[in-house]
Structure formats: structure tokens, C-alpha cells
Design a protein. Structure first.
Lengths: 361, 459
């Protein structure tokens, strides 16, 4: 029986009209996006997206500086270059019911969720006021209040955990969708496919988001992946794929809407590949010798997501002065969060043994 | 020549079964592959097929007979050219002849795992209120009832794992749950431990109360990253924001003749990890009371069962809500001369050893740790202060074991109470061998515990 027909019979309306093609469902969402690639924002919406992206960039630049000063330790993975992904996708989510989970490159996702930069920066410096009270660090941050479930340090773990969040949405019938972000490197972990299988089998409400930034640490995609078109990797599980320009926040937003409509209708998971790029090394300790300066420079000049939004803003008639105003506000906000993170006290030694277990036995 | 049909062993742990139904009668011709009878084990009803051609001569065990030991001759088949009606029941063999034939035939008592299952009863737990009615229950039923009761009580509780629903559990622990709670709450997974451990953990983070069954804990090594890195550490890493109330449960430890990859006690592995609660009960009352407590806990719990004990019957209190405290050891037998500390299947051996030692004038106290993390140091040290001598009995590898930990506790906090070095009795430090004689050598047994006790008592 053609897959499209099965979907039709399940009672949930597909995003687009089913065709006779057996594999129609697998590329139907991609076609829907191709037909109408970009979200049309009003001026206020676009300014808001711009501000969030600039906040992430300035925040991450500052985090890089604090790392250099020894105020942030351990591993610290910056999101510079990838801002449009988290901002575009999360702008389409319903924060009252949808949940988000990601890996260790997590600062940007938290900022995109409107979490206070001060408590994020204070976590990076390992202070009591940090969002994990200084006990998690860069890779382990959570906000249950915002339905942001981490912040996970083990590559690929968030994919199974995200399927679990989706399972909980379905079990409770709360209408929520889980969004699980992972990288092109994590996409080669076995548990990702275990999760794809169960998510599709049980029609879990989840959007799997592969942030393809071209490098799994130092390994270029083509050196580590037999199938480099990651959006195709759900095919074996009948999960529709979408390939999205992750440097264009309006395309990302549009893709999120197409995917959400499909998932919310009870059709099961969607796999979305966002082609993006990180300007910095994998982590602060990575000199990024595996690629040329020219390559990075080329992306900065031609594909930078923030510059892209600036052009769109200009087209809507927003002048430079309005952008400068935002830039100024963001710089002040980041400076404030850095000051807060530097001046806040470290956790009390008595915190060492708190929160190991919830209950006392 | 007449062929004896013997009660077959239909699972690694089967020692006896019920001859539920004969599908042939005396005088019937049978061919190889014909189904002769249905045999019920504690796990399933199995069909018993003919291997040889012939005529059913004499049926020696009537249908409906329970407790037929493996190896018992249940019927005799006449071969070609034989007169089936002339065949009579085989004459009882002499002991010598039996010993000779048994050497090459199925005799479960000769394997190592038979020596793990002690024929002892446990006394009523002092935690159970005085005057409570007791009923007999297998550990298997106690575990099932614990899950069912908690599922009735809290609709966030669900059970997920391989073969837990339609198959009724690979070891029949989840029997009947699908029927009562439906497919939404009793969920068969593909064979994909890493994936479903992660999905369960994520669901717990999302506010549900999953009970994740591993067919055995040997397979949980595929999933151990989620148990440790995702479930155990998140509450701490999130500064107490993100709970993970999940139970990972299933059989643990050596089963019968299943070889090295299916025979390991993971108690010490999980007990090593801060952020986990680790429970390993022995009898039915603890299995039920502690599983209910585990499901209600806000912490991630690793709940280690033992396949060899599933079918054993114990007294179980008839209470509406039998919940026991996590983190409390149980004194299974009071004594004054020496303390034997154990947990899980080792408790039966420790009790059996204590009974033997009583005959030698050594009065042993037996402690069942029940919870391996957090460990009840107080009960262990109080007993040491009383008896001044200690043996730790553990069905598991000796190196970096729970026994090692108990010995460290005695050194650190009980040194002045020691009249002799603490001795540990564990399995041998080798992967578990398959050969019956080697398996027997490798596994802990009662005589070894008795010998160790004599040693610490200088007897």
C-alpha cells in the first residue's frame, strides 16, 4: 500500500495533497517548502529575530573572551555562525507546550528561548547564580520552566531523550511537539537510528533537527559520512526529510512551520537538515586546522545569517539607526551578564553534596 | 528397542514442570516432529515433540501431573517391529547404574546454578506490621503485582521493554499487564536497548514515571550511557531542576548454563555511581515492597532481580499498600558469633550456611543489604560491633565488588570492632564458563561460605 495512502487513512491531514507515489510522503514536505521558501515577517517580527541573533553572537564572542581570561573552564562550544537555526526554529514553537533538547553547543538555543543571559553566563563561569547553580557548566544547562531539557554532553544522547520527551507529549496528549537538535557528527551514532525507528513506529510528535555545520569536530562531513545528505537518512524509517538553508532565518522559520503542521497533525516525526556553518573551532581548544581561513572568510562574506537579515530589514525600510540602537542594547545586556558572571560568588562548599539524589533514604 | 521419553528441560532454569496434556494415547503411531504433549513451565506452555518414530507404548505420567522433574521417564515408545502393548514400565535402576547414566544426561543438580538456589525460607520482615496475614507468592508474581498496583495508583507509570506486552514478558514478570492497562501503558519495543533506555529517560525528564524492563541486565550494557550519563547525573548537573524518576529493572546475575555474556552481576557497576539508587532484593516481600518504593521514588533506580529466584515462593504480607524503605538492610537471621552480609541470591546461601553453622555451634547473623546504593552502613557496623567477625557473600566477581566496599567500610569505621579480617566469598575471578563442572567451580556456594565463617571464627 502506498505510504501516502496510509497517512490519509490515519485520519490526520497531510500537509499537502497525497500523490500516488509510494514515496510521496518522504519528499512532500520538501516540496511544500520549495513552493514557498521564506516566511514573510512584519517589521517588528524581523527586528525581533535580528535582535535574538545578534544577542547570541555578542554573547558567544564574550564567552570566548572570558574563556581566554580563564574565567570559563573546560569545554566551551560556541554557536557563532549558526544563529539562524535556533532562532528561526524556536520562533515557530509554542513555548507553552513544545519541548526542546540539544547537545553541548547549547548557549544559543537557551538565548533563543528567552532565558536570561545573566544566568547562562554565570553558569559558564561556574557560579552559584548560574542556571544549574554552577554544577553543570557550558554543556549541561536546563530550564524545565522553559521546557528546555538540556544541554547534553554525550554526542547523540539527546536524540533518544528527545524521542522520550515526544513520547511524554503523546502519552499525556498535551499537543506538544519535541524538537531534538543534533549535529552532523551525532547523526552517525547508532542510537539516532534506534530512535528514528521507534519515533516513526509509534508516530511520536518530534522534529529531528540536524545542524549540519560541515564538521564533526575536525572531520569534514564527506570524510565521515557515507550519505552526506542527512535529510535522506530518515528514508529507511519512512520519516520525511527536509533540506533547509540554515543561514537564512526566514527559510528556517518557514521550514519549521511546514514541519510542525505535519507533526502536530499526528503524522509522526520529521527529519530536518539545516545547512549551516560554525565560524569558530569545535570548542575553544580547537585551532580548526582542518579547514582554510579562506573557507571561513568566504562564508562570513557571502552567507552570514545576520548580514542576511540586515538585507531583509533594509528591504522593509528599516534604517541603520534602528539597528545601531539594537546593537547598543545587546552590547549592554551582554556586558551586564559578563559582569554578573564575574562578580557572582562561587557555590558554597556545602553545595557539593546537594542534589545528588532528590529524596533522602 | 523401546525408547524412553523423558521430561524435557524447556528453559535454562527449568527443573520441573506440569505435564499439562497428552496429545497422543497408548497405541498411537507417531512420527518425528509430531507433538506428543504440552508441558507447562513457570514461564510458558511448550509443545513436546517426538524425535523418533514408533508406537506409544506406555504413558507413565498422567496429564495434569504437576512437579514432574526434568529427566523423569514420562512415556515409552516402541520402535519398529516391537509390540507396543508388551512394553512395561522400566524397572527401577540400581543406584550405581543411575549414577553412570546420569553422568552423560541432563541432570540440573550438577550445574553450578543449582547450587545458587538455596532451599530456605525467610522470616517475616519486622517492617511488616504485627498480625498481618501472609500468603504464598513467587518473586515473579510479587514483582508483577508491585507494577500493577503502582500503575493503578498513578497513571504516569508505564512499562516499556522487549516482549513485555503481547508475549507477557520474556520471563513472564509482566504477565497480564497488557490486558489490564492496554497498549498505551504496556509497550513492546524493538530490540534496541540504547534507544528505549533513552526514550524512557527522556519520558521521565518530561514528567512520566517509566518502568523500563531489560530482558536481562547483560543487555543493559548497550544502554548504560543513558542510565549513568543521562538518568543519574542530570539532577545534579541541573542544580536540582531536572528530575528523572525512572526504574530500570530486569534479571541480573548468573542464570543457568547461559555462559559468560549472559551471566554477570552488575550490582557493583551501578552502585559505583552517585545519583543512582540501586536495589537488589532477595525474597518476594522485599521484591514487591521495594519495587513499589522504587516506582514512587523521584530518583532514578536500578532494580536488579534474579532469574533463578523468580519462581521461588515466599511468604508475602497481604497489605493494601506494601511499600518498604529504600536504603535499609534487613536482618534475616539474628546471631551473636559472626555476621554474614549478602544481597540478592546470595542471601539464600548465607541463610543456608547459617543453619549448617548452627549445628557446629556457630551462631551467625545474616544481613540482606537489599539496597546497594545508598548502602545501609549503620546496620552493617552495628552487627559487626555485636559479632566482631564478618564474611561477605556475593554472587559476582570479587574485584571491586560490593564485598570490597563492605570490607572498606569495616576498615574505615569498624576497625576497632574487628576480631578477625573480614573475608569475602564471591564467584571466581573468571568469565562464567559454560561447562557444567566448570560453572559449578566458578560460582559461589554454601560450603564456601561455611568454610569462610569457620576461618574468621578461627574454627
Amino acid at each position: 500500500m502506498p505510504k501516502a495512502k496510509i497517512d490519509a487513512e490515519s485520519g490526520a491531514a497531510p500537509a499537502v495533497t497525497p500523490a500516488q507515489d509510494e514515496d510521496f510522503a518522504l519528499h512532500s514536505l520538501q516540496e511544500a517548502l520549495a513552493a514557498d521558501r521564506r516566511y514573510t515577517p512584519n517589521k517588528e517580527e524581523l527586528l525581533n529575530l535580528y535582535e535574538q541573533m545578534v544577542l547570541i553572537r555578542r554573547f558567544e564572542e564574550r564567552a570566548g573572551q572570558l574563556y581566554g581570561l580563564g574565567l570559563i573552564g573546560g569545554f566551551c562550544h560556541l554557536y557563532i555562525g549558526q544563529e539562524a537555526v535556533a532562532v528561526g526554529l524556536q520562533s515557530a514553537l509554542d513555548s507553552n507546550r513544545d519541548s526542546v533538547i540539544t547537545g553541548y553547543r547549547d548557549h544559543g538555543h537557551m538565548l533563543a528561548y528567552g532565558i536570561d543571559p545573566k544566568v547562562i553566563m554565570a553558569e559558564l563561569t561556574g557560579r552559584e547564580a548560574g542556571i544549574s547553580r554552577g554544577k553543570g557548566g557550558s554543556m549541561h544547562m536546563f530550564s524545565v520552566e522553559h521546557k528546555f531539557y538540556g544541554g547534553h554532553g554525550i554526542v547523540g544522547a539527546q536524540v533518544s531523550l528527545g524521542a522520550g520527551l515526544a513520547f511524554a507529549h503523546k502519552y499525556r496528549e498535551d499537543g506538544g511537539v519535541a524538537m531534538a537538535y543534533f549535529g552532523d557528527g551525532a547523526a552517525n551514532q547508532g542510537q539516532v537510528y534506534e530512535s528514528f525507528n521507534m519515533a516513526a513506529l509509534w508516530k511520536l510528535p518530534i522534529i529531528f533537527v540536524i545542524e549540519n555545520n560541515g564538521y564533526a569536530m575536525g572531520t569534514a562531513v564527506k570524510r565521515g559520512s557515507a550519505e552526506t545528505h542527512f535529510y535522506r537518512r530518515g528514508t529507511a524509517f519512512r520519516i520525511p526529510g527536509m533540506q533547509v538553508d540554515g543561514m537564512d532565518v526566514l527559510e528556517v522559520r518557514k521550514a519549521a512551520e511546514v514541519a510542525l503542521e505535519y507533526v502536530r497533525a499526528g503524522n509522526g516525526p520529521v527529519l530536518m537538515e539545516l545547512n549551516t556553518y560554525r565560524y569558530r573551532g569545535h570548542s575553544m581548544s580547537d585551532p580548526a586546522k582542518y579547514r582554510s581561513r579562506e573557507e571561513v572568510q568566504d562564508v562570513r562574506e557571502k552567507r552570514d545569517p545576520i548580514e542576511h537579515v540586515k538585507q531583509d530589514l533594509a528591504a522593509l525600510g528599516v534604517d541603520e539607526a534602528a539597528l545601531k540602537e539594537i546593537d547598543k542594547r545587546v552590547r549592554a545586556q551582554v556586558a551586564e551578564s559578563a559582569d554578573f558572571a564575574e562578580s557572582s560568588p562561587e557555590p558554597a562548599p556545602s553545595e557539593l553534596y546537594t542534589d545528588v539524589l532528590v529524596e533522602r533514604y | 528397542m523401546a525408547i524412553e521419553l523423558k521430561m524435557p528441560a524447556l528453559s535454562p532454569t527449568m527443573e520441573e514442570g506440569k505435564l499439562a496434556r497428552w496429545l497422543v494415547k497408548e497405541g498411537d503411531e507417531v512420527a518425528s516432529g509430531d507433538i506428543l504433549a504440552e508441558i507447562e513451565t513457570d514461564k510458558a506452555t511448550m509443545e513436546f515433540e517426538a524425535v523418533d518414530e514408533g508406537t506409544v507404548g506406555k504413558i507413565l505420567v498422567a496429564e495434569g501431573t504437576e512437579g514432574v522433574k526434568v529427566g523423569t521417564v514420562i512415556a515409552v515408545l516402541a520402535g519398529e517391529g516391537e509390540d507396543a502393548s508388551a512394553i512395561s514400565a522400566p524397572a527401577p535402576k540400581s543406584e550405581a547404574a543411575e549414577a553412570q547414566s546420569d553422568a552423560s544426561q541432563n541432570k540440573p543438580a550438577d550445574t553450578g546454578t543449582a547450587q545458587l538456589v538455596a532451599d530456605v525460607q525467610t522470616k517475616k520482615d519486622p517492617e511488616v506490621p504485627h498480625g498481618t496475614n501472609m500468603k504464598t507468592s513467587t518473586v515473579r508474581e510479587a514483582l508483577r503485582d508491585a507494577m500493577a498496583e503502582e500503575m493503578r495508583r498513578d497513571d504516569r507509570v508505564f512499562v516499556m521493554g522487549e516482549e513485555v506486552a503481547e508475549y507477557q514478558g520474556a520471563y513472564k514478570v509482566t504477565q497480564g499487564l497488557l490486558e489490564e492497562f492496554g497498549a498505551q501503558r504496556v509497550i513492546d519495543t524493538p530490540i534496541t536497548e540504547y534507544g528505549f533506555a533513552g526514550i524512557g529517560t527522556g519520558a521521565a525528564m518530561g514528567g512520566l514515571r517509566p518502568v523500563i524492563e531489560f530482558m536481562t541486565f547483560n543487555f543493559a550494557m548497550q544502554a548504560i550511557d543513558h542510565i549513568i550519563n543521562s538518568a543519574a547525573k542530570t539532577n545534579y548537573m541541573s542544580g536540582g531542576q531536572m528530575r528523572c524518576p525512572i526504574v530500570f529493572r530486569g534479571p541480573n546475575g548468573a542464570a543457568a548454563r547461559v555462559g559468560a555474556q549472559h551471566s554477570q552481576n552488575y550490582g557493583p557497576w551501578y552502585a559505583n555511581v552517585p545519583g543512582l539508587v540501586v536495589i537488589a532484593p532477595y525474597d518476594a516481600s522485599d521484591a514487591k515492597g521495594l519495587l513499589k518504593a522504587a516506582i514512587r521514588s523521584d530518583d532514578p533506580v536500578v532494580f536488579l532481580e534474579n532469574e533463578l529466584v523468580y519462581g521461588r515462593s515466599f511468604e508475602l504480607p497481604e497489605l493494601d499498600d506494601h511499600v518498604l524503605p529504600i536504603g535499609k538492610a534487613r536482618i534475616m537471621r539474628e546471631g551473636k558469633d559472626v555476621t554474614i552480609v549478602s544481597y540478592s541470591i546470595g542471601v539464600g546461601l548465607a541463610l543456608e550456611a547459617a543453619e549448617q553453622l548452627a549445628g557446629e555451634g556457630i551462631d551467625a547473623e545474616v544481613i540482606d543489604l537489599r539496597t546497594l546504593r545508598p548502602l545501609d552502613k549503620e546496620t552493617v557496623l552495628a552487627s559487626l560491633a555485636k559479632t566482631n567477625r564478618m564474611v561477605v557473600a556475593e554472587e559476582g566477581f570479587p574485584v571491586c565488588s560490593i564485598a570490597s566496599e563492605i570490607i572498606a567500610i569495616c576498615m574505615e569505621d569498624g576497625f576497632d570492632d574487628l576480631d578477625a579480617p573480614v573475608v569475602r566469598v564471591c564467584n571466581e575471578d573468571v568469565p562464567l564458563p559454560y561447562a557444567a563442572n566448570l560453572e559449578k567451580l566458578a560460582l559461589i556456594d554454601t560450603p564456601r561460605i561455611v568454610e569462610a565463617v569457620r576461618k574468621v571464627c578461627y574454627r
